[in-house]
Design a protein around this ligand. Structure first.
Ligand SMILES: *Cc1c(COP(=O)(O)O)cnc(C)c1O
Length: 378
């Protein structure tokens, strides 16, 4: 990235830009056009309200955490009339509630694929099917910022109109880029959407992208990093990016399942009733602040996990599986968690190995590597 010192109005950069947009299409798993912009994920979230809606439009927000609340905040900032289907933190909403809240005039439905603040997976396929069955004119906009690379999607077959990702999540590069795929249905709505936009004008960006250009100065070094990161993901499957993406998702799913099994074996409870694979949110034992676990892992082992966000601070801790995390990271964090449990969590019947045995067994089960085969391989 430091060496990627290309001027952006050159044939060399245009070739790189066209290539990265094509890579992103494969990574998202869509035939739709992809837009890439210099902003964090919330920038494209805002763009997908500003470009789709007019003041007074009715939109439906599905919210069960901090990122869901962000959709409501953005939609209100653009003077949309927000219908809200919410579920308590740690849960997902029922499709019946979504169906009941959907109106003929609903212009767009906004949701997360994975609510990172609570570690919850929402049913994107279910919501998409519901919109199809209702023959709704609404576009489905999915914040898949932690969903991409941790969840198997079939965006086009399901009918996701806008699917949003960010650079600092599963594609493993620094923050500063966000991207989205946009369906023809969503492009068509933009023509009569009256909310204001200037930098975040998706249609203008699409026109320029077709020529290998971005409307304004692109984040050239991040784009070089993104292309290399996507090459790396492809390299995990002999250069096939779609297969590499599948492996990345399978990896996250496996690590998340190992972690769930491990913490439950210790006698801890999951925060989410519908856990996703980007992060696992865990409740500390009653009477213990989750910050104790976060602090001890950092001070004793140099391991970084996160506390709850906002009012969830102290009430849960979150272990990540997204992107570059692997088997060894997961075994290490679970081993360290056992050490913290031994000194600070006062769990009944605690003994060393409980978490690790459960994680190991889950790994074997999910990766289907039979023990004799392992022995033979050695
Ligand atoms: C990280 C994240 C975002 C984007 O946040 P930014 O700080 O703007 O990058 C949005 N939604 C979810 C679910 C996220 O995990």
């Amino acid at each position: 990235m430091a060496a990627a010192d290309l001027h952006h109005r050159t044939p060399e950069f245009r070739a790189q830009y066209v290539r990265v947009l094509e890579q992103l299409r494969t990574f998202i798993g869509t035939k739709n056009d992809v837009i890439l912009m210099a902003c964090s994920g919330s920038g494209i979230m805002e763009a997908s309200v500003a470009n789709i809606t007019s003041p007074g439009d009715r939109v439906l927000v599905l919210s069960a955490g901090k990122f869901g609340e962000r959709w409501t905040g953005i939609a209100k900032a653009y003077n949309c009339d927000v219908d809200l289907v919410s579920a308590p933190y740690g849960q997902t909403f029922s499709l019946d509630a979504v169906k009941a809240a959907l109106k003929v005039e609903t212009r767009a439905v906004y949701m997360q694929a994975n609510e990172s603040s609570t570690g919850t997976r929402h049913d994107v396929e279910g919501v998409a099917k519901l919109l199809k069955d209702a023959k709704s004119d609404a576009v489905l906009v999915v914040d898949a910022i932690t969903g991409l690379g941790t969840t198997h999607f079939d965006a086009d077959a399901w009918g996701v109109d806008i699917m949003i990702g960010g650079s600092q999540k599963a594609v493993m590069i620094p923050p500063g880029l966000a991207y989205c795929s946009v369906s023809e249905k969503a492009w068509a709505l933009m023509g009569n959407a009256l909310n204001p936009r200037y930098y975040f004008d998706l249609a203008k960006e699409r026109k320029n992208a077709a020529k290998g250009e971005s409307s304004y100065t692109p984040a050239t070094s991040l784009i070089a990093g993104l292309s290399t990161a996507l090459d790396y993901i492809a390299s995990q499957a002999d250069g096939d990016l779609a297969a590499g993406r599948k492996k990345l998702v399978d990896n996250a799913e496996t690590l998340a399942a190992m972690t769930r099994a491990a913490v439950e074996a210790l006698g801890l409870k999951l925060f989410s009733t519908s856990p996703g694979a980007a992060v696992t949110a865990v409740l500390p034992p009653a009477g213990i602040d989750s910050g104790v676990v976060v602090k001890e892992l950092k001070s004793r082992f140099g391991a970084i996990i996160t506390n709850g966000q906002g009012e969830m601070k102290g009430q849960l801790f979150r272990i990540a599986h997204i992107g570059y995390f692997d088997y060894l990271d997961t075994i290490a964090i679970l081993g360290a968690l056992e050490q913290v449990a031994a000194t600070s969590l006062k769990l009944p019947d605690f003994h060393f190995g409980k978490a690790l045995v459960a994680a190991q067994e889950t790994f074997v089960e999910l990766t289907r590597i039979a023990q004799p085969e392992l022995a033979a391989a050695r």
